[in-house]
Design a protein around this ligand. Structure first.
Ligand SMILES: NC(=O)c1ccc[n+]([C@@H]2O[C@H](COP(=O)([O-])OP(=O)(O)OC[C@H]3O[C@@H](n4cnc5c(N)ncnc54)[C@H](O)[C@@H]3O)[C@@H](O)[C@H]2O)c1
Length: 354
């Protein structure tokens, strides 16, 4: 039985709470921490766990194997370092791993040095259609990729940004790309491979926040493929869709739905029954707690307990390419020039001053 603690009992952790309650044969939530005593007490009461308002006091006192870190994004780097370096606990961290490459590499290196497991929560990798598409790409059913194009048109109003002081700030969050779009940046690199260079423009159009609510970028992959990203929380009056288009020399696929949870199109050269293949992997199976989140957390717990990993988990350094892509896009938008990866970020404001 895994002894787990939660640091940060906010909105994201609320979903974790519901999932852990259904996995009580795998995990025991022994303690929780939040500076907001009401939140900490509420979480603790749901698990008969102990509530702390100071996470370090909890880490000192409690017998914990793994920490679920769901603090504001800008805190992941520093608090993650304390968890790995000082208290030597395995770490399950909400996306993004950190907001700067320096902090993210530091977490990856610390986990390696102390032989600790580090998993970043990118639950969309566990979407049924994404698993199938990854498999098809790896087995070369689409051939060499030539285009990976991502667009998400979501809606976040001023009310959302005003719901917590860290939202939409450069130091703690970033805008549409870093916060909501980090799932898409992850899928771009997960399915499309490493990115070589980017060029982007961004702006803040419909809300009063420091960071952007719209970013548009072009990408060139190391493989030679090209790509685009349209990342926005400006859709009004409500969320519209998310879409990933992949064209290869032998086949094409389109992921859709709200968060890449449906396969809307698949055609493969020489495969007569693509239609059947679509039926097989078209949608996430229905699940009361959200199929991919449930599967991702369950698989993470299994990895912490047994070392057996599901292929879709973002373990250690596997969370770095998407962060590098996000930072490159911001760097390009600030510089007004193409950015070639790797580079030393100079103008990107994400995570600065955390
Ligand atoms: N995987 C996903 O789809 C998904 C969805 C939403 C959020 N997230 C991520 O989860 C993280 C949290 O987001 P959220 O929306 O839950 O934020 P939130 O503001 O709702 O929750 C953050 C919690 O951290 C607490 N906190 C702040 N400083 C603290 C400290 N020093 N010690 C202890 N507790 C402290 C706050 O009181 C709050 O309860 C972010 O990194 C976000 O990117 C992931």
């Amino acid at each position: 039985m895994l002894r787990l603690s939660i640091i940060g009992c906010g909105k994201a952790a609320e979903r974790h709470l519901k999932i852990y309650k259904t996995l009580q044969d795998q995990v025991k939530v022994v303690a929780v921490a939040d500076i907001n005593s009401e939140r900490a007490n509420y979480f603790a009461s749901e698990f008969s766990a102990k509530a702390y308002f100071d996470f370090q006091e909890m880490l000192k006192k409690e017998p914990i194997d793994v920490v679920d870190l769901a603090l504001p994004s800008g805190m992941h780097g520093k608090v993650g370092e304390i968890i790995l370096k000082k208290y030597k606990k395995h770490l399950l961290v909400e996306k993004p791993l950190a907001l700067t490459l320096k902090e993210a590499y530091n977490l990856v290196n610390l986990a390696e040095r102390y032989n600790l497991k580090l998993v970043t929560i990118f639950q969309n990798r566990a979407n049924f259609p994404v698993i199938k598409l990854k498999e098809l790409i790896e087995k070369n059913f689409l051939g060499k990729l030539i285009l990976v194009s991502v667009k998400f048109y979501w809606s976040r109003t001023q009310k959302y940004y005003d719901s917590a002081r860290w939202r939409g700030t450069w130091a703690q969050d970033g805008g549409a790309l870093a916060q909501q779009g980090c799932h898409f940046a992850d899928i771009i690199t997960y399915l499309g491979g490493e990115v070589e260079s980017v060029f982007a423009k961004m702006g803040t159009y419909l809300v009063k926040i420091e960071a952007e609510d719209l970013l548009v970028g072009t990408l060139k992959f190391k493989s030679g493929a090209l790509g685009t990203i349209e990342a926005t929380t400006c859709a009004r009056p409500k969320d519209i869709k998310a879409e990933v288009v992949i064209l290869g020399e032998k086949g094409s696929a389109i992921l859709g739905g709200f968060a890449m949870n449906t396969l809307n199109y698949l055609a493969l050269e020489g495969v007569e029954d693509s239609a059947n293949l679509i039926e097989e992997c078209k949608n996430n199976p229905p699940h009361p707690l959200g199929y991919s989140h449930f599967i991702y957390l369950k698989s993470s717990l299994e990895f912490f307990l047994t070392g057996k990993r599901a292929s879709f988990l973002a373990v250690g350094a596997e969370a770095l390419p998407s962060l590098q892509l996000i930072i490159a896009l911001y760097e390009s938008a600030e510089r007004g020039k193409e950015v070639k990866i790797p580079f030393i970020p100079k103008y990107c404001k994400l995570g600065k001053g955390t």
